[in-house]
Design a protein around this ligand. Structure first.
Ligand code: C2O
Ligand code: CU
Ligand code: CU
Length: 493
C-alpha cells in the first residue's frame, strides 16, 4: 500500500512536472509568436548605392519588319550586398533587360535556356496568341531554344516577363528571373516624364532573405504565402538612391516579389500621383497617400520634388495579416533632388478608356479562392475550366473565401473592375488591370473582352500570383474558341 502510494505520488508529481514544463514551453512559444517584432527597416537602410536601371534590350528589325530580341536565361554571380551571391538572370546575372515595343509592331523574342532546369518565359499582361504565351504547357528544356512572336496590339503599358514552368516558378523568379516589357502607343499626353532611366524610371521591388551570402528560400514561420524576405532590392540594388533632375519623376513600380504585398508611400507623407495601372494609363491622374501592390501588380506614379531635398519611397504595413507580412515596413528607395530642377507640368487627363458594360456580357462566371484551390479544383493541364467565345465580353466574379491574401491574374486580357463587395471600385482600380489583390473575404466583379486569338488547342491560364500558390496548383485554364458551341481540343495542333 505504502509502496503503491509512493508510486502513485511519484507518478502524479512527475506528471505535474511534465505538465508544467509543457505549459512553460507552450507559453514561451505563444509569447514569442505574439511579441515577435515585425520586419522594420525604416531608418536602417544606408542608401549608398546608385539605383541600377535595367538596360533597354537591344533589338534588330528584320527584312519583314519584325523587331527581334534575344533573351538568355542564365546563372551568374551578383553583388546584392552580401558578397557574391549565385543568382539567375536574362542576358546577365540578375533580372533582365527592359524590352520595349510599339503598338502595331510585330515582335519576336528568341529565348535560350542556359539553366540546368526547364523554364518558360511568360509575357505578363500581353494580349497575344496562347501558343506564345509561355505557359507551363510549353517548357524549354536546358540547352533549348524557343521563339515567341506576335503583334503588339494594346495601349501603352508597363508589362513584365517571367518564368512560368509548372512547380518551379517561385524559385526561378526568386533567383532573379524577371524583366520589364514597356509598350508605347504614341498617344501618351505631353508633360509626362518619358526619358527612360532619367525621369521615367523602372522600380522593380523584391524582398529577399539571405543565408550567409546566398539567397535563402526558407519560409517565414506560420506564413501561408511562401518566402517573405527581410531586405528589399530595387532593380537588384540593395540600399538604392536615385538622382533626380526634374520637378517630377515617374516611377514604374512592379511588385516582382514572390509573396509580399507592399503599400508604397513617401517618407514625409507627400502624395503620389498615380497615373497608370497594370494595363496602361488611368483616365486622369489620381493623387493618393499610398499605393498598394500585390504580387505581379504594377503602378505608374509621379513624385513631386523640390531642389536639393532627399525623400524616401517606403512600404508601409499593408495590413494583410501579420503572418503574411502585414505589419512589415521597409525603406525602399531614396530620391535625391539636384540643386536645380527642370520644371515639368503634368497633363490633366491621361487616356481615353472605353468602359466595358456588364449588360453586354455573354457570360458570367464565378471563381472562389479557398485553400489552394479555385472553385474546389487545382490546376489540371487536361481540364478546361472556361470556354470563352472570341470577341465576347464576360463578367468574372472572383471571391476570396478565406483569410489568406491572394493575387488574381488572367492571361491574355486586361480587365476592368466593376465592383468590390458590390460597391464602386476605388480610383486606383479604375483603369486596365491584369492582376488584382484579393483581400480576405472580399468579392470582386471583373469584366473583360476576349478579343482575337481563338485557338481551341491551347489554353491560357488564370491563377493566384502568389507564386507558391501558383506552383501548388492554384490555377485554372480557359480556351478562346472561334464561335459558340466550338469545343476545345487541347494538344491537337
Ligand atoms: Cu505573371 Cu501567369 O503570370
Ligand atoms: Cu501573366
Ligand atoms: Cu494565393
Amino acid at each position: 500500500m505504502t509502496v503503491k502510494g509512493t508510486t502513485v505520488r511519484k507518478w502524479l508529481l512527475g506528471g505535474l512536472g511534465l505538465l508544467l514544463v509543457l505549459c512553460g514551453c507552450g507559453v514561451a512559444v505563444v509569447t514569442w509568436v505574439l511579441t515577435r517584432p515585425a520586419v522594420d527597416t525604416v531608418g536602417k537602410v544606408a542608401f549608398d548605392r546608385p539605383l541600377k536601371v535595367p538596360p533597354l534590350a537591344a533589338s534588330t528589325v528584320d527584312a519583314g519588319g519584325t523587331r527581334v530580341f534575344d533573351l538568355t536565361a542564365q546563372p551568374g554571380d551578383s553583388d546584392l550586398g552580401h558578397g557574391t551571391t549565385r543568382t539567375w538572370g536574362y542576358n546577365g546575372a540578375y533580372l533582365g533587360p527592359t524590352l520595349r515595343a510599339k503598338r502595331g509592331e510585330r515582335v519576336a523574342v528568341n529565348i535560350h535556356n542556359r539553366l540546368n532546369e526547364r523554364t518558360t518565359v511568360h509575357w505578363h499582361g500581353m494580349h497575344l496568341p496562347a501558343k506564345v504565351d509561355g505557359g507551363p504547357h510549353h517548357p524549354i528544356q536546358p540547352g533549348g531554344d524557343h521563339q515567341a512572336a506576335w503583334t503588339v496590339d494594346q495601349p501603352a503599358a508597363t508589362l513584365w516577363y517571367h518564368p512560368h514552368p509548372s512547380d518551379l516558378t517561385e524559385r526561378q523568379v526568386y533567383r532573379g528571373l524577371a524583366g520589364l516589357f514597356i509598350l508605347d502607343d504614341g498617344k501618351e499626353p505631353g508633360g509626362l516624364p518619358h526619358d527612360y532611366g532619367v525621369d521615367d524610371v523602372p522600380v522593380v521591388v523584391q524582398d529577399k532573405r539571405f543565408d550567409g551570402g546566398q539567397l535563402s528560400m526558407s519560409d517565414k514561420f506560420l506564413s501561408d504565402v511562401g518566402i517573405l524576405g527581410d531586405e528589399i532590392l530595387v532593380n537588384g540594388t540593395p540600399g538604392p538612391f536615385l538622382d533626380v533632375r526634374s520637378t517630377l519623376v515617374r516611377l514604374r513600380l512592379l511588385n516582382a516579389s514572390t509573396a509580399r504585398v507592399y503599400d508604397f508611400a513617401m517618407s514625409d507623407g507627400r502624395p503620389l500621383t498615380m497615373i497608370g495601372s497594370d494595363g496602361g494609363l488611368l483616365a486622369a491622374p489620381y493623387r493618393t497617400g499610398h499605393v498598394r501592390l500585390s504580387v505581379g501588380e504594377r503602378a505608374e506614379v509621379l513624385v513631386e520634388m523640390r531642389p536639393g531635398e532627399r525623400v524616401e519611397l517606403r512600404s508601409l504595413a499593408p495590413g494583410v495579416g501579420r503572418f503574411h507580412g502585414g505589419r512589415d515596413t521597409f525603406d525602399v528607395l531614396q530620391l535625391r533632388a539636384a540643386a536645380e530642377l527642370r520644371p515639368v507640368t503634368p497633363p490633366g487627363t491621361l487616356a481615353g478608356i472605353e468602359r466595358l458594360d456588364p449588360a453586354q456580357a455573354a457570360k458570367t462566371r464565378t471563381f472562389t479562392f479557398q485553400g489552394r484551390q479555385i472553385n474546389d479544383d487545382r490546376m489540371d493541364m487536361d481540364r478546361v475550366d472556361a470556354v470563352v467565345v472570341k470577341n465576347t465580353v464576360e463578367v468574372w466574379n472572383v471571391a476570396n473565401g478565406h483569410d489568406t491574401p491572394h493575387s488574381f491574374h488572367i492571361h491574355d486580357v486586361q480587365f476592368q473592375v466593376v465592383s468590390v463587395d458590390g460597391g464602386a471600385p476605388p480610383p486606383e482600380l479604375g483603369g486596365w488591370k491584369d492582376t488584382l489583390f484579393l483581400e480576405p473575404r472580399r468579392r470582386y466583379s471583373l469584366i473583360a473582352r476576349f478579343a482575337d486569338h481563338a485557338d481551341p488547342t491551347t489554353a491560357y491560364m488564370f491563377h493566384c500570383h502568389v507564386l507558391r500558390h501558383e506552383d501548388e496548383g492554384m490555377m485554372g485554364q480557359f480556351v478562346v474558341v472561334e464561335r459558340e458551341g466550338d469545343r476545345p481540343r487541347l494538344g491537337h495542333d
